[in-house]
Design a protein around this ligand. Structure first.
Ligand SMILES: Cc1cc2nc3c(=O)[nH]c(=O)nc-3n(C[C@H](O)[C@H](O)[C@H](O)COP(=O)(O)O)c2cc1C
Length: 354
């Protein structure tokens, strides 16, 4: 697929996720066939000022390509300056966040608030394009800010101001995750647009991906929660297009989990990485028996060596059929709504079969 001058070799893309799509996560998604991955949202102002903590959030290696960076901002000059800095770093695509629903962000007139400001939005996109030195600009949007949907108008403004792609999360800002994405709106945008339209919302498996394409005719797919603990989804989609079905073996999952932990461990000095490793481990094993036991053990672990041992031990128990069958539906439901991890506290009383 071609987005502006960027050619990517798969239409499945890893969505930006705050505190999640770090270097380790992106590397594994890419190794498993994601055509493009995005960093989490970062402050355009922080980049423009060269703020260390902001720049650190988008750590990537020189050979990481393609890589997309997502910016949060609402000032055309600042966004332009941030884009100029990113162009020096040779990033592959730069995205403007117009979807973030978080109160603090909206209060600062950023994220999904920009959906209420079409004129300003046009100016922001125009400035990003003008400063990008040819690097394509994408804009991630929702269907609207409140219940009224203005995605067609928003899409037109974005295209008219020179962006190369629109990533559409098919929900409004007021919709929670338990509302199904309104795919018909992606279809309508696709019909009127001449730039790439990337569909987003509740793609958890290959069937959801096919459904999104069939219902919307979109050019590409953006996957967020469906990729948590499941980089395999990218490979599954790519192989499915060739008529091949694929399911990772348990040994392959273990290998990836250990690789993921090691990548986080290697990134020295990032204290958050230890908790992040735990979070990712839980996501990898969320659909397997013994999840409660794993969560409990991880909570009390305090070193990377310890969590690796726990994982190896867990994988052995799974292989030997040690854990009794569990109803994993509740885990799945909570996961989709809340992205799991804090479940252990809510689900007190679950038995850990040590
Ligand atoms: C934990 C988490 C963090 C997110 N962070 C971002 C972000 O930094 N920028 C952004 O545009 N969207 C962010 N999103 C929204 C996702 O990119 C995506 O649009 C949304 O989750 C719908 O896709 P899904 O149904 O595949 O999860 C985040 C979502 C989650 C679950």
């Amino acid at each position: 697929m071609q987005i502006g001058n960027l050619k990517i070799n798969s239409k499945v893309i890893l969505a930006p996720m705050a505190e999640i799509t770090d270097f380790a996560f992106r590397k594994i998604a890419k190794d498993y066939g994601a055509g493009l991955t995005y960093t989490q949202m970062v402050s355009a102002e922080g980049i423009a000022k060269g703020d260390f903590n902001t720049l650190r959030l988008l750590t990537f290696s020189k050979n990481e390509t393609p890589v997309g960076v997502q910016l949060l901002g609402n000032d055309a000059n600042i966004l332009g300056a941030a884009v100029r800095e990113l162009a020096k770093l040779n990033v592959s695509i730069i995205d403007l966040n117009c979807g973030c629903p978080v109160e603090k962000v909206v209060k600062n007139k950023m994220g999904s608030y920009l959906l209420t400001q079409p004129k300003l939005l046009g100016e922001l996109v125009k400035s990003m394009v003008a400063n990008s030195n040819g690097i394509p600009i994408s804009v991630k949007i929702r269907l609207g800010f409140r219940d009224e949907i203005n995605v067609l108008e928003t899409a037109k403004i974005i295209e008219d101001n020179g962006a190369s792609a629109i990533l559409i999360h098919a929900r409004t800002r007021s919709d929670k995750y338990n509302v199904d994405p309104a795919l018909e709106w992606i279809a309508k945008v696709k019909e009127i647009s001449g730039i790439k339209i990337i569909g987003n919302g509740s793609i958890f498996n290959v069937n959801d991906a096919v459904d999104m394409i069939e219902k919307t005719n979109c050019d590409g797919l953006l996957i967020a929660r469906g990729a948590l603990g499941n980089p395999f989804i990218f490979k599954q989609f790519n192989l499915m297009e060739k008529g091949i079905s694929y399911q990772p073996e348990e040994s392959e999952i273990l290998k990836v989990v250990l690789q993921h932990i090691e990548l986080l461990e290697q990134e020295q000095g990032f204290t958050k990485n230890f908790d992040r490793a735990k979070k990712n481990i839980i996501w990898y094993y969320k659909n397997y028996n013994g999840i409660w036991c794993l969560i409990e053990q991880l909570f009390s672990a305090s070193t990377f060596t310890e969590i690796k041992k726990i994982v190896i031990n867990h994988a052995e128990k799974l292989k030997s059929g040690f854990y009794p069958e569990e109803n994993l539906e509740i885990v799945n439901k909570n996961f989709k709504n809340k992205v799991l991890f804090w479940l252990a506290k809510e689900e007190k009383g679950k038995v850990c079969y040590n």
